[in-house]
Every structure is written in structure tokens, then in C-alpha cells.
Design a protein around this ligand. Structure first.
Ligand code: SF4
Ligand code: SF4
Length: 340
């Protein structure tokens, strides 16, 4: 009998760079948990020349550099295919994060070998769970386009954002993904930015998932997906006793770039004008003053400082006042490779 698949924590890797480029903030959908915040990130679409100039600022062909193109909905950008080709020429590994609508005949304009991954988003295993969160008819469109992408030979992944609304349905995802031919499964936790930061999804309800429920459900679902041959990644969230805390802002190179020129190192800071870098006149410069980088060096028993600032009520304490769990950096991942 083989033992069940085990998750391993993916430590931050020195030298590896992850660049998340929001090409626009516009989207055809209006998901109830959307994390895009136009009052902070504007409504601009990056012109092709600007997008290429900004990519050159972050290109480092000598080190592993992962580029995620996102929005809003990135396939609404009329020049997405040209941006992907230019990014590949700069030696980026390129992923596109789409809501599944694939505008501008995306699958006909990009060849499968020009893209490392085409990522889709679903928040439920059927229309009854997904569509109340992401919109009427979204499940059908997204799964139809995903199947077409798989048939054409694209490497595909899927993102499921776990919240109190859909955690009870997560266990049905692995079989669906295996049936659809999805290679990688990213389980995300509902964020503390955008719409979820401004309140619950409806009267008497909240978005956030109880820690015990998360720990009970997510690793088991990940193991089931891995057993079906799917590579699974999910956030660590709660550090094990004695496990070291590290802030990605200090030990990793992640850049979250918005079309108004703001560049964050920490995604939890994106709702506030505390970005540590800015692009002005196609040049990248560090900002001075009280910005996100001041938080990165603070050491508190609870772990991540931003988490403590944004949701202090969610941290539970023991009788002696020490936190029950230290909260990991939101960028620290658990990985479960396929076991078949
Ligand atoms: S698809 Fe993404 S950008 Fe569009 S509304 Fe949904 S969460 Fe927001
Ligand atoms: S989530 Fe917390 S630990 Fe991670 S980069 Fe932001 S402040 Fe640092």
C-alpha cells in the first residue's frame, strides 16, 4: 500500500523572481470577491509600448523569472499575444491568468508552446456554487474554453479561491479537474483586499474561513488531487510549531505591478498607497517615506505584520497571550506533486 501524498513547504528561493503584471484593471465580470481596487490602481490599460518597456525593467535573463500576466481580464488587452511573445524573448516563463472568457480569439492567436501555463479561475465545482460568486453563465463558458485549450495542447492550471461560501464544495474539485485535463491546481485563500476587505458577501455572513476548517479540508483535497495526477499548490497560512517565519518582502523577489505605475512587494498592501516602488517615465524608482518595506523588518509573535494589522480579530491566542498559530507570509506555499 502506498502512503498518501505529503505537502512540502516551498521555501523562498534566492534569485528567483516573480513578476505579476496587471495589464489593465477592466474586466467583463464582477466577481463578489474581486480584489481589484480601481480607486487605488486606476482604470488604465497599458499601451503595448509601455507594457514592453515595463517588462524590460524587470527582465533578468540570467535568473529564473516567472511572469504572470493578469488584469482585470488580461485577454481583453488587444495586444496580449504580442506581449507574450516579447516576454518570452526576454526569457520570462509566462503564465496568463484568465477568468476563462478568452477574448480576442486568444486560443487562435497564441500557440500552446508560447505559453508556460494558461490559468483559469473557478470558485465552485458546478454552476450552482460557482455562478453566484463569479456570475451567471461563467461556469459553462470557463469550462468550455478550458476544454478547448486542453484539446489544443495548452498547459492549463486552475485557481479556486476558498472562502466560507465554497469551502464545503472544494472536495468535488479534484475529480472535475482530472476530467477536464487540468495539470496544476492552485488553492487560494480569500484575500484581505478589494471587495472582501470592505465587508462580507451578504447579510449575516463573512468571507473568512475558520482555521480549523481550513486545516481539516484543504490538505485532504490537495492529497486527493495529487493522487489523481494533478500538481497542487496552496498557501501555508499557519506555521507549524518551531517553523521559522520569513517575510517575502525581505527574502524573495516578488513584484506586483499595476497600470498606474505602482509596484508592490507585498500583495496584502495593495489596497493602500504604501507601494515601495513606482514606475515613472518608464523608470523604476524606490519611494521614500512610510511604505510597505518598513513593515517587512518588524518582528512580532503573530508572524506576518500585515495580517495582524488587517485582521487582528482572526488571530487566536493561548491563555498566556502567545498566539495559537503564527501566520506565515501569504506568499509561502505548500506544494503537493502528483503521486501518479
Ligand atoms: S475575473 Fe478577476 S478581475 Fe474580473 S471581476 Fe473576477 S476577480 Fe475581479
Ligand atoms: S504578507 Fe506579510 S510576511 Fe508576506 S510580504 Fe507581506 S508583510 Fe511580509
Amino acid at each position: 500500500m502506498t502512503s498518501p501524498p505529503k505537502a512540502r513547504t516551498v521555501g523562498f528561493q534566492a534569485g528567483e523572481r516573480n513578476v505579476f503584471l496587471h495589464l489593465l484593471t477592466a474586466c467583463n465580470l464582477s466577481c463578489r470577491h474581486c480584489y481589484i481596487n480601481p480607486s487605488q490602481h486606476g482604470t488604465a490599460t497599458l499601451p503595448l509600448d509601455t507594457a514592453l518597456a515595463w517588462l524590460r525593467l524587470f527582465a533578468r535573463p540570467d535568473v529564473q523569472s516567472n511572469l504572470v500576466l493578469l488584469g482585470g481580464e488580461p485577454t481583453m488587452h488587444p495586444d496580449l499575444a504580442a506581449i507574450i511573445r516579447a516576454a518570452r524573448a526576454m526569457r520570462f516563463a509566462v503564465t496568463v491568468d484568465s477568468n476563462g472568457y478568452l477574448f480576442h480569439d486568444f486560443l487562435d492567436r497564441v500557440a500552446p508552446d508560447e505559453l508556460d501555463y494558461l490559468s483559469f479561475s473557478l470558485d465552485g465545482p458546478d454552476p450552482e456554487v460557482n455562478d453566484p460568486i463569479r456570475g451567471q453563465g461563467v461556469f459553462a463558458t470557463c469550462t468550455a474554453n478550458l476544454q478547448r485549450a486542453v484539446r489544443l495542447g495548452f498547459h492549463t492550471s486552475l485557481i479556486y479561491t476558498v472562502s466560507a461560501l465554497n469551502i464545503d464544495h472544494l472536495h468535488r474539485m479534484p475529480d472535475l479537474l482530472a476530467e477536464l485535463g487540468v495539470e496544476r491546481f492552485f488553492i487560494q485563500v480569500i484575500g484581505l483586499r478589494g471587495k472582501p476587505a470592505t465587508g462580507g458577501p451578504g447579510p449575516g455572513s463573512g468571507w473568512q474561513v475558520d482555521p480549523d476548517r481550513w486545516l481539516e479540508v484543504v490538505p485532504q483535497v490537495a492529497a486527493r488531487a495529487a493522487a489523481l495526477g494533478i500538481h497542487v499548490t496552496y498557501p501555508k497560512v499557519y506555521l507549524d510549531p518551531g517553523e521559522p517565519f520569513e517575510c517575502a518582502g525581505l527574502v524573495a523577489e516578488n513584484f506586483f505591478i499595476f497600470p498606474n505605475g505602482r509596484v508592490y512587494r507585498c500583495p496584502l498592501c495593495e489596497d493602500y498607497p504604501v507601494h515601495s516602488l513606482v514606475i515613472e517615465g518608464d523608470r523604476l524608482r524606490a519611494r521614500t517615506g512610510l511604505n510597505e518595506d518598513r513593515f517587512f523588518t518588524l518582528t512580532i509573535p503573530e508572524g506576518c505584520v500585515m495580517n495582524k494589522l488587517l485582521q487582528p480579530d482572526a488571530i487566536r491566542y493561548q491563555e498566556d497571550g502567545t498566539p495559537l498559530h503564527r501566520i506565515s507570509c501569504c506568499l509561502l506555499k505548500q506544494e503537493m506533486p502528483p503521486s501518479t
